[in-house]
Write a new protein. Structure first.
Length: 154
């Protein structure tokens, strides 16, 4: 017959582990992990850094100085690398100001194109609504001036 491993119940497991922790007097002794004593340095202490502007202590994970609100951690807009100084990224070498300027200018071009398209649509709707009052003259003017602008761009 094959060997079948014995499975201990929860009560048997706890009694087996408790016997290893009892002293000669029969009382249970707390383990180092249970009492928070690991024999090493305290793990609750947070690493602190000094603010370069005012010299105040701040936690290492802080983004801003708690006293003067200076930025203590910078994130590269290109590669998301975190560092303690601004200017250029240590990892990819991107200049923060130039990169953000290029991104903003490209976004401005896109938003200007969207604004132009919405403006053109709203002008068409306004001219359609004014047909009963103007006899359609403004609509004809709008349509013909738009076709000339289209030819001028192309």
């Amino acid at each position: 017959m094959a060997d079948i491993p014995l499975i201990k119940t929860g009560a048997e497991k706890s009694s087996a582990t408790d016997t290893s922790r009892t002293s000669t007097s029969g009382t249970a002794q707390p383990t180092p992990a249970a009492s928070g004593l690991s024999g090493g340095p305290a793990t609750n202490a947070m690493a602190m850094i000094k603010c370069p502007k005012c010299g105040a202590d701040a936690r290492e994970i802080a983004r801003f100085c708690p006293k003067c609100h200076m930025t203590l951690r910078y994130i590269c807009p290109s590669c998301r690398h975190e560092q303690r100084h601004g200017g250029t990224c240590d990892k990819c070498g991107v200049d923060f100001v130039k990169y953000l300027g290029a991104v903003v200018s490209s976004q401005k071009v896109q938003s200007d194109a969207v604004h132009e398209r919405l403006q053109s649509r709203s002008n068409l709707v306004v001219n359609l609504l004014l047909i009963p009052f103007t006899g359609g003259l403004h609509l004809l003017k709008y349509l013909f001036s738009g076709s000339r602008q289209q030819r001028g761009r192309g």
